[in-house]
Unconditional design. Structure first.
Length: 372
């Protein structure tokens, strides 16, 4: 793939809170490669989402609809019942490829599972635009554009804001403390990068204050962690990473309960909507989360939005969360597919993760990204 060009995406104030299809994009905010774009034909694009179990994907579809209406193209959003239903998504992708579409949008549940399908797309000349989740080892020429959150950056934002609330507890601790992380999987690149971004930034911050760190739990995240400098038994801080057997709120809750039940747990991060809701479900039984670390509250940080997470941020159960802009990812994915179908060469479109808490949820920069 060609070298990426960083494109700063600024959410315009004209976008209304609620992420509805009536949201508008100021012309000056449109990436240069999409300005004045018109479809050469009435293209119809299959758009493969990870599932329909999260309101995140509803917001992405709002963006798709807005772009399709502007460009005069159509799309069909498809996805499995759960993000764990990897084989179902692969079957849907293969069916779509057989119909020889003008382009295909893809948010892969498991990046390794779609490599064969992507090779077929390259062989058949079907341009693929990945959104939400990039595919680092995609066959050459298959993916023409990525429209994805910079997930390493987004995970770092979560770590930085959490650390501000717990650094005094770490500094004054008499013994070892635990920071938990619940990731819904260890297979999707966006979750891998986000979970890793959180871990690596937290290690950096802890060590900068003179403390040692170990990482334990899920093998993928333990092996990917950068800079951990102690064995579990000797570390001042242990980052404990849990991944459920399947992607459900209930199983994420079980993993979160195991972490939160430990007396020396001081903080926990749920790295997407499903995981964050699982953390909150666990807390419904344990009632340990809060915003006053000095008083013994466990500090919780979420990711994504949705009514459950937003309510937790508003009432102080979570100190805050990081949100993406699925609406804009869906929107730009349709634009990118249309440009690719026209034969245009493309550059990737990275988007940032944004921290929100009870003080800025209603601001014009944040509110449009807090989808339900």
């Amino acid at each position: 793939m060609k070298a990426k060009k960083v494109i700063a995406l600024v959410m315009c104030a004209a976008m209304v809170a609620g992420m509805s299809a009536s949201s508008v994009m100021a012309a000056d905010d449109m990436p240069e490669q999409f300005k004045d774009l018109k479809a050469n034909e009435a293209y119809d694009f299959p758009m493969m989402v990870k599932s329909f179990q999260s309101t995140y994907w509803d917001a992405a579809q709002e963006g798709m609809k807005k772009a399709a209406d502007e460009l005069g193209v159509t799309y069909k959003a498809q996805g499995p019942n759960s993000e764990s239903d990897i084989a179902d998504q692969v079957n849907m992708i293969n069916t779509a490829i057989a119909a020889k579409p003008a382009g295909l949008g893809l948010a892969a549940c498991d990046t390794s599972s779609v490599l064969s399908a992507l090779q077929q797309c390259a062989d058949k000349g079907i341009p693929v635009v990945t959104f939400d989740t990039g595919i680092a080892d995609a066959p050459e020429g298959s993916v023409v554009c990525e429209v994805c959150t910079d997930n390493t950056q987004a995970g770092s934002v979560a770590a930085e804001n959490m650390y501000n609330s717990i650094k005094d507890v770490i500094a004054n601790a008499d013994g070892q403390v635990i920071i938990g992380e619940v990731n819904q999987d260890a297979t999707a690149q966006n979750i891998q990068q986000r979970g890793g971004g959180f871990i690596d930034k937290m290690i950096e911050l802890i060590q900068a204050d003179g403390k040692t760190v170990a990482v334990k739990g899920n093998e993928f995240y333990v092996n990917a962690a950068k800079g951990a400098d102690a064995k579990e038994a000797d570390a001042d801080v242990v980052i404990q990473v849990a991944v459920p057997a399947q992607t459900t709120v209930e199983l994420c809750s079980t993993e979160a309960q195991a972490i939160l039940s430990q007396e020396n747990c001081i903080a926990i991060f749920g790295s997407n909507q499903t995981a964050a809701e699982g953390v909150l479900a666990a807390n419904a039984n344990l009632n340990v989360l809060g915003s006053d670390a000095a008083a013994g509250d466990v500090i919780g940080v979420g990711f994504d939005a949705g009514s459950i997470i937003k309510a937790a941020v508003q009432d102080g159960t979570f100190i805050g969360a990081v949100t993406q802009s699925p609406l804009m990812m869906g929107y730009y994915a349709i634009y990118a597919l249309t440009a690719a179908a026209n034969g245009q060469e493309l550059e990737d479109v990275p988007t940032d993760g944004y921290w929100y808490d009870s003080t800025n949820m209603d601001s014009e920069e944040i509110a449009p990204n807090l989808y339900d």
